[in-house]
Design a protein around this ligand. Structure first.
Ligand code: 4IP
Ligand code: ADP
Ligand code: MG
Ligand code: MG
Length: 478
């Protein structure tokens, strides 16, 4: 089904087509200047598209015959900005749907669908395909997240426009065209709302979403959802806001003690306390009350969504608080010696996966190099990962210390508490005690380490389940 055009779509959209699970070909007229046709050929080959020279023969078949051949096996779309009535009617006779895209003269040709702006093309294709596939339970999922995350998902084949087994069609929501129109066409919105945070007001006491400025597009979606309570959204915003606040995360994790884990390692939240200032004369008293002793890891209370949410420090003695650069308010946490391995758990619908990543070494390796000053780092960019010599030679190395069943139970418990479909959390196993300590909770992580063959189907199942349970709830209430 080749959407085709005499000029190729811009790079972002080309990339989306490349990972769309559609067969795409670029058509161009015979006799076009060589530099232009060379460019189109290059675009086609670099994006794994086909290319067709209209009018010229390809093997035994003329291009028209070739295109007709395609329409016998699948349904086809021809997207063009040029009106060639002869070609159009010939294609239409063979069941091609013709889309006239961004056609300045907007000539009305019977049966041709006018798509005013290129930005509308993918959603138009999605809605047409959903109609064609009626009878099956196809859903159109509009998504919004930062470009790099979209690309990660798309490259893994998680965002097909032509639905695969999961019968889900994924289309990006565009902020360049009215969102209300797009939202009417999609069955559900998948979002990583924290990717759309522009600013968090530092003068506001933390009570999210108060004080958060979202991008204009995200704000419009939030408004739309408020005004249309029946609109289906994967994971309600209100269930995600707690994960923006490390104090709320802590409150959730403390509830892990409700899980009976007799005869198993202890599964728990790290001991923590919140501070508004590092210059409080009573800090040492607070530490004792919170069962905390040095070394401590200091994290901003704002957990994600802004660049400095990942600026942290390891503090070895009280004096080191005097000019600490971690944003306030902050959370002080016991530093758990964990043999430099962290277990990244991912809950994707009903499935739980985990991966092992290198992590920080035991504190004794970090202390000497800190020279009386706190060790500051950005956890996404400059995490002080253990060197070979700092890693223990046994146990933690290959995850032997991890009780995966226990954490899986915790994952299900957390899923119920959070009311979220896809989330991740970080587990460290404390040296000596074997305590399993959950130090972080994240909404919609990229779970890159989970093999695509497992992660993608689990993700599709999760998306469908989220849709069905939201619909089910709405019907039950209505
Ligand atoms: O951007 P904010 O909202 O601050 O949150 C970050 C980003 O989403 C990271 O993704 P990316 O690196 O793609 O930006 C993600 O890494 P992963 O996607 O590797 O999980 C982090 O998860 P953790 O590393 O699990 O904390 C998460 O805390
Ligand atoms: N309490 C802790 N004890 C030991 N190491 C920790 C602790 N908390 C975090 N870490 C280490 O610091 C990293 C970043 O902390 P985390 O809370 O996961 O922040 P982020 O949200 O930036 O991922 C973790 O992946 C882990 O390696
Ligand atoms: Mg983390
Ligand atoms: Mg995090």
């Amino acid at each position: 089904m080749p959407p085709s055009s005499s000029t190729p779509p811009p790079p972002g959209r080309r990339r989306r087509l490349r990972y769309s699970n559609l067969s795409v070909a670029i058509c161009y007229a015979e006799g076009m200047p060589t530099n232009e046709s060379d460019f189109l050929e290059k675009v086609a080959s670099s994006h794994l598209f086909g290319s067709i020279v209209l009018l010229a023969k390809s093997g035994n078949l003329s291009p028209i015959e070739l295109m007709i051949e395609w329409s016998r096996t699948s349904f086809c779309f021809y997207a063009t900005s040029r009106v060639d009535k002869g070609l159009i009617s010939e294609l239409q006779n063979q069941n091609w749907r013709v889309l006239s895209v961004a056609n300045e003269c907007s000539i009305e040709v019977p049966g041709v669908l006018n798509v005013q702006r290129l930005q509308e093309l993918l959603l138009t294709l999605a809605t047409l395909m959903k109609k064609e596939l009626c009878g099956s339970s196809v859903l159109v999922i509009g998504y919004i997240m930062k470009k790099s995350r979209e690309e990660d998902f798309a490259k893994r084949g998680a965002f097909p426009i032509y639905p695969s087994k999961g019968s889900l069609i994924f289309v990006p929501l565009s902020f360049e065209i009215p969102l209300s129109l797009q939202l009417q066409e999609v069955d559900m919105v998948l979002h990583k709302i924290t990717d759309e945070i522009v600013k968090i007001d530092p003068n506001c006491s933390i009570d999210f979403p108060k004080g958060i400025s979202f991008s204009a597009g995200m704000s419009e979606i939030i408004r739309f959802v408020e005004e249309h309570p029946d609109f289906c959204i994967m994971d309600p915003f209100k269930n995600i806001y707690p994960l923006l606040d490390r104090l709320q995360i802590q409150k959730i994790l403390v509830r892990l003690q409700e899980l009976g884990t007799e005869g198993k390692p202890k599964l728990r939240a790290p001991y923590s306390c919140k501070v508004d200032s590092f210059h409080n004369g009573e800090l040492d008293k607070h530490l004792v009350e919170a069962n905390l002793s040095f070394p401590l890891i200091v994290k901003p209370q704002v957990a994600c969504g802004v660049a400095d949410a990942h600026n942290m420090a390891l503090v070895f003695q009280i004096e080191e608080f005097s000019n600490l650069s971690v944003p306030l308010p902050a959370v002080l946490q016991e530093y758990v010696d964990h043999g430099s391995k962290i277990f990244k758990f991912y809950v994707i619908g009903d499935k739980v996966f985990y991966a092992v990543r290198d992590s920080m070494p035991n504190a004794r390796f970090l202390k000497p190099s800190s020279g009386g000053e706190a060790l500051t780092f950005n956890s996404l960019k400059t995490l002080p990962v253990a060197t070979n010599e700092q890693r223990p030679q046994t146990g933690a190395e290959d995850g032997k210390l991890l009780d995966a069943d226990l954490v899986e139970e915790a994952a299900k418990f957390l899923k119920g508490l959070l009311g979220l479909t896809v989330f991740g959390f970080d587990v460290v196993v404390q040296e000596g005690t074997g305590d399993h300590v959950i130090v972080d909770l994240n909404y919609l992580p990229s779970f890159k380490e989970v093999p695509d063959s497992e992660a993608v189907p689990a993700f599709w199942d999760a998306v469908r389940q989220a849709y069905e349970s939201t619909r089910g709830n709405a019907n039950a209430q209505g």
